[in-house]
Unconditional design. Structure first.
Length: 180
């Protein structure tokens, strides 16, 4: 049974994700890209991974710089996500066009103002994976703020709803009936 790219993308879209913007310093300027293929790998050592298309400009920068930030976007940062998701952007108008403002870490890595969380990362290893590269990085510092995340599900930006109440029955039909 073969799966088309459209079917594959549709199935992947069922998995809701948070949205991050990867940031790095490139000759004193902020370079970044939107990424939702981000996850934790290990608690000891503290490792995360992000998958980047080999054709993305950020791909070469990540290899060269070896240091980058992962900014977890807040609910009100959709414009920033869209700005950095556009591969045609040169990133020199991020503040004017999307409201993106940055601070710098002691290593010079850009930190997006207002992000829910920030991970300062140093490249640990890479793994070739089809048309992407998996970048595994050691986390050297984190910043966490209060707020709700910006989410992506079925090709659309979403916001969190309320908590989901636990089901009281192990009968799967009871769950389906109670949610109807």
């Amino acid at each position: 049974m073969g799966v088309t790219q459209a079917e594959f993308r549709q199935a992947l879209g069922c998995f809701a994700t948070g949205i991050t913007v990867l940031t790095l310093d490139e000759e004193g300027k902020v370079h970044g890209m939107t990424a939702n293929a981000f996850t934790s790998v290990s608690l000891e050592p503290q490792l995360v991974l992000v998958c980047v298309d080999k054709k993305a400009r950020t791909h070469a920068h990540l290899h060269a710089k070896q240091r980058f930030g992962v900014n977890v976007l807040a609910r009100d940062q959709r414009a920033i996500s869209e700005y950095y998701a556009n591969p045609a952007r040169t990133h020199d108008q991020a503040e004017d066009e999307a409201g993106a403002r940055f601070e710098r870490t002691r290593h010079g890595t850009p930190v997006l103002y207002g992000a829910l969380a920030y991970f300062e990362c140093h490249l640990h290893s890479t793994q070739d994976a089809g048309d992407h590269t998996i970048f595994i990085a050691e986390v050297e510092d984190v910043v966490v703020r209060e707020g709700d995340p910006l989410l992506f599900h079925r090709g659309q930006y979403r916001a969190m709803g309320g908590p989901v109440e636990p089901t009281t029955s192990a009968d799967p039909t009871a769950r389906a009936e109670s949610s109807s």
